[in-house]
Design a protein around this ligand. Sequence first.
Ligand SMILES: *Cc1c(COP(=O)(O)O)cnc(C)c1O
Length: 400
Amino acid sequence: MLTYLPYGHHWIDDEDIKEVVKVLKGDWITQGQKVKEFEKALAEYTGARYAVVFNSGTSALHASSFAAGIRKDDEVITTPISFVATSNCILYSGAKPVFADIKEDTYTIDPEEIEKKITPFTRAIIPVDFAGQPADLEKIHQIAKENNLVVIEDASHALGAEYRCNSQLSNWLKVGSCYHSDMTIFSFHPVKLITTGEGGAVITNNKKFYEKLLLFRNHGITRNRNRFINKDEGHWYYEMQTHGYNYRITDFQCALGISQLKKLPKFLTRRREIAQRYNEAFKNIEEIIIPYEKPNVKSAWHLYVIKLKLNKLRATRRGIFEALRRENIGVQVHYIPIYYQPYYQELGYKRGLCPVAERYYEQAITLPIFPRMEERDILRVINTVKRITARFREKEEVLV
Ligand SMILES: *Cc1c(COP(=O)(O)O)cnc(C)c1O
């Protein structure tokens, strides 16, 4: 039997391991220089002023909701087609997630739907750069400016992605440059673009947000004597000035992150090559809709999602999914609309809320894509998908 090909996989080499071991043999395995070095490297890579690293993308999202001042009874607009962490961070702040539908072509949040959902209680928007393709950041920025909202961009899928403004003369902007977002979040979970095991980051150009993020990561504690509220009582003295958590990441993880970031350009090139191969292979298959990459975007291709034209197939999405799994193709579905989850249903969200997202969910299948895939893996995916679609193809005689 052929080995199982997962939808995503990390790539850690001996060089990465050497960097981690160096830290493990040293004096500071947490809160040493590597944290600062990784933050500096991320700020340099994205071109933004500040980076704050966290022990997960989820804690990075939580911290940015705090920094944005999201509070009880606020509303925050986000997409239903994401991992639950995106909207959970709104719940952590006591606020209410408001789901706006996605666009038919890119599966990212629809700016027109955002506008419909704005109320006097809206405080922020959390778009997701789904599958690695930046959301309509320029339009979302415009809406946010007009309505005095904060934009927290969940770029867990999109480290290394780029986009251009609609004015064709604009330069390519890197996701994380925070040109259109107040804060950008990355995740370093092993299936993402680079990994630290678990880990995440918030990137921002805003000094106030930056300082709040630092406080939040460490119990709300500061040791900066210039910022003390009460009298400085001596060298032992620190102040807890707001609520916060232990969301710190270790130095050995940051050593891995620094080393991985150096390989990101290579990883991205490979992901783009694989996506190109799939596009070529599937673009003429009548039953498959290949992902649409906008002309003003360079996706990071975290995911490669196909949509099935179910009316042309003698099978359900589940049938196709299971047939692929039986051939050891580790397909997945990204994502179940968040408000379908029992917890969200209990909060009162109803099915039917975002019809485009719900239809998308019925049809979507994620195929394996990760930089370490070899030529024979790519061919195996292409051939298996072709064979299985042909097997379930609606035949003329069936219709008669
Ligand atoms: C992975 C992911 C997260 C959460 O990141 P973790 O590092 O796993 O906590 C949040 N949002 C999206 C869209 C993700 O894909």
